[in-house]
Design a protein. Sequence first.
Length: 483
Amino acid sequence: MIQSTYRESWFGKVKGDLLSGLVVALALIPEAIAFSIIAGVDPMVGLYASFTIAVTISFVGGRPGMISAATGAMALLFIDLVANYGLQYLLAATILTGIIQVIFGLFKLARYMKFIPRSVMVGFVNALAILIFTSQLEHFVDEIWVMYVLVVVTLSIIYLFPYVTKAVPSTLVAIVLVTIVTIMMDFDIRAVGDMGTISQTLPIFLIPKIPLTLETMMIIFPYSLALAIVGLLESLLTASIVDDSTETNSNKNTESRGQGIANIITGFFGGMAGCAMIGQSIINIKSGGRGRLSSLVAGVFLMFLIVVLGDIVVQIPMAALAGVMIMVAVSTFDWNSIRTIHLVPRTDAAVMIITVLTVVLTHNLAIGVFAGIILSSVFFVSKISRVRIQEERKDGRIIYSIHGELFFASVTELLDKFQYDDADVEEVEINLSGSHIWDDSAVAAVDKIVSKFKSNGKQVNVTGLNEDSTELVGKLANKLGSH
């Protein structure tokens, strides 16, 4: 069963995977070069990374149809390391990043994805769409009007060509046609070759030339740990988005291990650490890619373009690729989140907006996601910390029925909600059948309430404890120094 499923992930939709892989390869080139420039290294470092990661992940990844390569989020984390220590330390940090990710995968840390709220996921997607769009604006700086026209032509082909036929991805058609027109008309606009020098050589196996000492480990470990977390976070969120787009499931722990293996191999072949790319993954899905073959084709064709067709590749106008990425940004953005923002709870809307703003302002997906998670946690704790108390008096006896969750955030004001010195009351019953005691703060609070009533000469009974609460109270009551 597992073998047949794996075979299906390779050969389920061969034609769609082949064609989509070609489109993705073309879109990877300028991004890989740009990310290399961000990190402060030669453009070939990003290109080699995109090749080795895409090829490796096609075999060992857990999400068929998802594209992984060099990414901007990872490149940003390399800036200081490269500036202070150089390329060899980048390669070593990449290998260590992969090792950490493999360990994360083995310990199945992907299961903690369930703690990321939907509002954070939507914010992540929308922020990424905005970043993809704004990153294209630099290609328009100091450009002539022809650039704008070609972008419009590219988008027109992308959206209108499917009405003619869907046999060939419209994105591929747009890139090819706009490139041909640009070359024939000899337009003086920016091309791929203007972004950096491309050397037509294959990557070779190498071992980073660094001293194997504890000091070296102390230098690269903080970077590698950050890269591992950011890479897995972006990869697993992208995997979830692709799951939703294709209405299929994927193995997130396998994906974690796969990303690690891909980064280890990449470090030994002169590449920088990478992860899943939501933009290229969306291009792949929109172009018909669903299986592992699409990622393999993207990686192999990327290197074929560089080594064999490098002279042609450098002539591809940035107008065509910018048009494709603008389409990706529009497709990625969750427009329904804007239409329904007034319908969802205000706290969810706030979390989404804060996530978007944090990512856009910091250009760091991890910081934005963590900010969203923390804010969601605060709102959640605030919601469940509301405790109601009902009073019922009868013949010198009062029953306090407590409704709500009792834990560190809800018991702060609880102590002030009782009348400890009521002269008309001789017996007090604290009914907890409508609540649950979660932690030592709650036990200490109940203990203190009982103590204060007793110190005022009242007879106190605590009733209605469920099994878990009874067990916790039995362990901790009268042992927390509350009285």
